[in-house]
Design a protein around this ligand. Sequence first.
Ligand code: URA
Length: 210
Amino acid sequence: MTEHLTVVDHPLVQHKLSIMRDKNTPTAVFRQLLREISQLLAYEVTRSLPLTTREIETPMQMMNAPTLDGKKLALVSILRAGNGLLDGVLELIPSARVGFVGLYRDEETLQPVEYYFKVPDGIEDRLVIAVDPMLATGNSSVAAIDRLKAAGAVNIRFLCLLAAPEGIARMKEAHPDVPIVTAAVDEKLNAMGYIVPGLGDAGDRMFGTK
Ligand code: URA
């Protein structure tokens, strides 16, 4: 991937996202749409995966058929909202390995604090797709990617649903080597660090908490 930012402007993605933004959309529908959208985003974030060939026999003849090259990729969910993107992406890439980075946001400083970290073996040889629906201040995304790099990851992509310009700028400054794929770039952050117009708290919306 060469672009730092890819906005997936596919009509299906935009339509589903609009329903998710609506505050009257119930939790079950929100969750289902997130699952569907995550598959469409996963399609885009894996677009340039390297291929090799494998000799197979079709009912007609032998052929060198394209197959994915290299180690199984690692999906890393940035807890807890990242989990909402996991299932959909795993449906598309069922053999992916899965890791978790647990960060909570200190409500006063808005800075991330780590409480959990577990990633697949051989992370240095895998494409790592870090998933978190909301790229807001970028603080937790940058911290999660700092941590993945410290663990040895060198080939990382970041998949989110919504991004704020502030978060994109922060990621570009801290991790210019990490391409971002998102469904939309919103206007700005508000004083509380929420994306506007946004969709509210993604974790609360998908898990039905408040
Ligand atoms: N996290 C969310 O869930 N929503 C935002 O708008 C910003 C951060």
